[in-house]
Design a binder for this molecule. Structure first.
Ligand SMILES: C[S@@+](CC[C@H](N)C(=O)[O-])C[C@H]1O[C@@H](n2cnc3c(N)ncnc32)[C@H](O)[C@@H]1O
Length: 440
C-alpha cells in the first residue's frame, strides 16, 4: 500500500501559570482566571485567591497550588473530595455557596432576559449534609482478582472511586455502603451487575440492582438474608422490568406536603426530602391557591406538587411525559379523593387543540405551575404565555434555561415578582430556584 505523509499534530507543552488572580466563580462552581490568551476555568479555585494553574484543553485548567487563599475557603470534610466527582463546592463556606448560587441566577436572568426580580427572598435552606436520598453507584468487578469496586465516578473520568462513606447521602443509605461491599462479591450475579442504586423511600430504603438475568437460587437467598438483616427492600431492574425481590415490598412511597405518595423506585424524586416539602409549601403560597382555582401543572412527576395543590380544593390538570408516573399520579389522586386530571403528553410537542390543553385554560384566572427538567420548557412556555394565566410559578434546576424561558414570559407581558434559591443540592454547584411571574 502506498505510504502517505500524515502531518503529526503539533505537541504544545502546556506550562504552569503562576500568581494568577481568580476573578469570579462560574455557574459550574469553577474559579475564573483571565489570562492573556483568554479565560480559564479552574475547579477548586475561589474568587479573590492567587493561584498557580496548569492549562488543560482549550478552556480549563488544573489548580496546582494556592498562594493566597479566600477567607471563604473551608477544609472539605469529605475524605474523597480530591478524587470523587461529586460535591464540588464543599471547599466553599455554606453561606457563600448560597450567595454564589443566587448570583448565578441573577446573572443569567440579566444576560438572557434583562430581568431582575422585584424581590429576592433569602435562600430556602435545611440540613446541608446527609440529605441525598438517591445515589447511583458504579460497579466494576475484576474477575481475575475477584475484586469489586463500588463507588462514584471520578470527575470527568470513567474511573470508579471506591467509597465507604458519603457525607451527603442520608444516614440510612450511607450505612448500607460497607455491608454492600461485603455482600456483592459473594454473589454470582456480581459478574453481570450493571450498577447499584440506593433510594431512600418509605417504608424502608431500597437497594436496586441492575442485572441482565434473574438471580440464581443461592443469590436470592443471600439477598433475602441481607434484606432482613439491614431492613431494606431489594429490587431487581432488567432491561424490561423493575421488580421487588419480595412481592410484599411492591408498595413504596415518599412524603410530600400533607400526603404520602406512591411511586416506583425509578421515578423522578426530588433530592432533598425536607427542602422538597418547603419548596412545595412555597409554591402553594405564591400561587395563593383558592378552592375555585383551575390550575395547570406541567412536568408533574408522580404528584409532588399536584396532590398538595388539589388538597387545598383546587382542580388540577397535571401533565407528565412518563406514562408510569402519570399512572402513579392518577392513583395518588384517587387515594386522596382530589380533583386531578392526570395527562400523559410530551410538552415539547405541539399541544392538542382539544382536551386538556385546548378549551379550559383560556380563562383569565388560571394559575400555572411548571417544574421542568434541565432543558427547561422551550415549547411549553410559549403555550403557557398564550393562555395568559394570572400567575405562573416556575421551578427550575437550570438557571440558563429558566432565563431563556423567562424572556418569553417577559415579552408576553409578565413581570418577575419574586425569586428564591432553594438549597436543594448543598456542597455541589447545582442550583434550584423558584420564581413567581404575574401578568401586568
Ligand atoms: C424536575 S422533574 C419534576 C417532577 C415533579 N414536579 C416533582 O417535583 O417530583 C421534571 C419532570 O418532567 C418530566 N418531563 C421531562 N421532559 C418532559 C416533556 N417533554 N414532556 C412532559 N414531561 C417531561 C420528567 O419525566 C420529570 O418527571
Amino acid at each position: 500500500m502506498a505510504q502517505i505523509y500524515k502531518p503529526q499534530p503539533r505537541q504544545v507543552k502546556a506550562e504552569a501559570l503562576k500568581q494568577q488572580l481568580v476573578v469570579g466563580l462560574d455557574h459550574q462552581g469553577r474559579g475564573v482566571v483571565r489570562t492573556p490568551k483568554g479565560a480559564r476555568f479552574v475547579g477548586g479555585a475561589l474568587p479573590g485567591e492567587v493561584i498557580s494553574l496548569m492549562p488543560r484543553g482549550k478552556y480549563e485548567a488544573e489548580l496546582i497550588d494556592i498562594t493566597e487563599a479566600s477567607s471563604e475557603r473551608v477544609m472539605p470534610p469529605c475524605a474523597y473530595y480530591a478524587s470523587c466527582g461529586g460535591c464540588d463546592l464543599q471547599h466553599l463556606e455554606l453561606h457563600a455557596q448560597r450567595r454564589h448560587k443566587q448570583q448565578v441566577v441573577e446573572q443569567m436572568l440579566q444576560k438572557f432576559a434583562q430581568l431582575s426580580p422585584e424581590q429576592w427572598l433569602e435562600p430556602l435552606t435545611d440540613n446541608a449534609w446527609n440529605y441525598r436520598r438517591r445515589a447511583r453507584l458504579a460497579v466494576h468487578y475484576d474477575r481475575k482478582r475477584q475484586q469489586l469496586k463500588l463507588g462514584f465516578r471520578a470527575a470527568k473520568s470513567k474511573q470508579i472511586v471506591a467509597i465507604n462513606d458519603c457525607l451527603t447521602l442520608t444516614k440510612s443509605l450511607n450505612d448500607l455502603l460497607k455491608p454492600l461491599r461485603t455482600l456483592l462479591p459473594k454473589l454470582s450475579l456480581v459478574r453481570q451487575l450493571g450498577h447499584v442504586e440506593l433510594i431512600d423511600l418509605n417504608p424502608k430504603p431500597i437497594v436496586l440492582l441492575r442485572v441482565e438475568t434473574a438471580p440464581v437460587e443461592a443469590d436470592t437467598q443471600a439477598l433475602q438474608l441481607f434484606a432482613e438483616q439491614y431492613s431494606v427492600a431489594i429490587w431487581l431492574a432488567t432491561e424490561h422490568s423493575v421488580k421487588p425481590l419480595n412481592a410484599h415490598d411492591a408498595t413504596v412511597s415518599y412524603q410530600t406536603l400533607g400526603a404520602a405518595l406512591h411511586c416506583k423506585p425509578n421515578d423522578f424524586l426530588q433530592t432533598h426530602q425536607q427542602l422538597s416539602e418547603k419548596m412545595v409549601a412555597q409554591a402553594l403560597s405564591w400561587l395563593a391557591i383558592e378552592p375555585q382555582d383551575t390550575i395547570l401543572e406541567l412536568y408533574a412527576g408522580s404528584g409532588n406538587f399536584t396532590i398538595p395543590m388539589a388538597l387545598q380544593g383546587a382542580q388540577v390538570t397535571a401533565v407528565e411525559g412518563v406514562h408510569s408516573m402519570v399512572e402513579q399520579l392518577a392513583e395518588n389522586a384517587k387515594r386522596y379523593a382530589v380533583k386531578v386530571n392526570a395527562v400523559c403528553a410530551n410538552l415539547e410537542q405541539p399541544w392538542p387543540q382539544q382536551g386538556w390543553a385546548g378549551s379550559k385554560f383560556d380563562q383569565p384566572f388560571t394559575k400555572v405551575l411548571l417544574d421542568p427538567a434541565r432543558a427547561g420548557a422551550p415549547h411549553a412556555i410559549g403555550e403557557v404565555a398564550k393562555r395568559q394565566p394570572q400567575r405562573i410559578v416556575y421551578v427550575s434546576c437550570a438557571p440558563d434555561t429558566l432565563a431563556r424561558d423567562a424572556n418569553v414570559l417577559k415579552q408576553n407581558g409578565y413581570q418577575l415578582k419574586r425569586a428564591q434559591v432553594i438549597d436543594m443540592f448543598p456542597q455541589t454547584h447545582h442550583i434550584e430556584v423558584i420564581t413567581l411571574f404575574e401578568r401586568e
